[in-house]
Design a protein around this ligand. Structure first.
Ligand code: ATP
Length: 359
């Protein structure tokens, strides 16, 4: 029997996206022999530089390659000086969510031993939560549809029953999986139902869907209170689910709890396709210097392995994901590396070397 092969569409993009992607692929290649699996990696163009070169930021051929692959790895895209004629930035990461209907933005955050924490509380090392952000409607529905009048401008928030139901179900399923792994298995719904009709509607749909998951505990929270509680007691949360814009903001907040964007992986998941990318952007200020922290991209590769593992019933891939996480944790707790964004001197390659050694 031949080795099981998975095809991966690789979209490195711009700035440090290219650097952290190269780094993460070294780790994936090191892990594949350990897993006894093969990954066919094919790079495809997209991003701000590609827009300058070709007039297209996300070519149809790249989208087709994404649809044909088993999974998609995405670096980071966009450069501040590259704009479309109407002045807006090149943001293929938003376009691709809509094009492939990637409705669940999954943002896991956990504490890492050996890295300095911005929280002095003793329980700061117990953070282990996942934010699920609805990614295809909410306030982002207004993108490209905003109405500007002489003295006023309007952006419309769209909340549909189907769109809310599927992302709530996703959060409940995730909580179920986490419960099976020994975590609390609790979903906190984050909204602003006390003010907006759209958010009261969202809450009602959440409550309806919760009935299908009686073993999962639920809590409601207003987004403003949540911003406070996520700083005061983040260790009390397991799975959070929220609207697109609230999720956009809170996902940066939770990344800060564990030291910043360099440690924040993410996945954009739909019913058919899934894309994995670091939560950070292209960081033009540090691009080309070899100092970007590749951890978020490496952890996004681990998320991809977990997703493929469930989808294809291939346990070896989940083992590979755990091995990558353990290797990264080992590199930090052994004090082998301290990335620059944590005040250390380790460059991108240093982190990769330390992880590969431990794999
Ligand atoms: P976007 O709008 O696409 O999120 P941005 O420019 O607002 O992009 P990032 O590109 O995420 O934000 O970067 C913000 C800052 O955080 C960068 O200027 C950089 O200094 C730092 N940063 C982000 N990612 C990393 C990383 N992987 N390693 C080190 N520093 C990082």
């Amino acid at each position: 029997m031949g080795t099981t092969t998975y095809s991966v569409a690789v979209l490195p993009g711009d700035g440090i996206g290219r650097e952290v992607m190269a780094a993460a692929l070294v780790v994936l290649r090191a892990a594949q022999s350990r897993m006894g699996r093969e990954f066919r990696l094919a790079e495809h163009p997209a991003g701000a530089q590609h827009y300058l070169d070709s007039g297209e930021s996300l070519p149809e051929t790249t989208l087709d390659a994404c649809r044909a692959a088993d999974a998609i790895l995405f670096g980071a895209m966009g450069l501040p000086h590259v704009r479309k004629p109407d002045g807006t930035e090149i943001i293929p990461q938003l376009d691709i969510r809509f094009a492939l209907d990637l409705y669940a933005g999954v943002r896991p955050i956990r504490s890492w031993r050996g890295l300095p924490s911005p929280l002095s509380h003793a329980r700061g090392s117990d953070i282990d939560l996942v934010l699920v952000r609805e990614s295809t409607e909410g306030l982002f529905y207004a993108r490209g549809r905003g109405v500007v009048e002489a003295d006023a401008a309007y952006d419309t928030m769209k909340i549909t029953r189907a769109g809310t139901a599927r992302v709530c179900d996703f959060a409940f399923e995730l909580a179920r999986q986490r419960k099976a792994q020994g975590r609390p298995g609790h979903v906190t719904n984050v909204d602003k139902a006390n003010v907006f009709a759209s958010m009261a509607f969202w809450r009602q749909v959440f409550e309806d869907r919760a009935k299908g998951f009686p073993e999962i505990g639920t809590t409601h929270a207003y987004v403003d209170a949540m911003a406070l509680n996520l700083v005061m007691k983040p260790w009390e949360y397991d799975v959070l689910v929220t609207e697109n814009m609230f999720g956009d903001i809170l996902s940066d907040l939770i990344a800060a709890l564990v030291g910043g964007m360099g440690m924040a992986p993410s996945a954009d998941i739909g019913d058919r396709y899934a894309l994995f990318q670091p939560a950070h952007g292209t960081a033009p200020d540090i691009a080309g210097k070899g100092i970007a922290n590749p951890s978020a991209m490496i952890l996004s590769v681990a998320m991809m392995l977990d997703w493929l593992s469930v989808r294809h019933g291939d346990a070896a891939l989940a083992d590979g994901a755990r091995a990558i996480e353990r290797a990264l944790q080992g590199a930090f707790s052994d004090k082998a590396v301290l990335p620059r964004d944590f005040g250390g001197a380790s460059g991108t390659d240093d982190v990769v070397r330390a992880v590969v050694e431990r794999l």
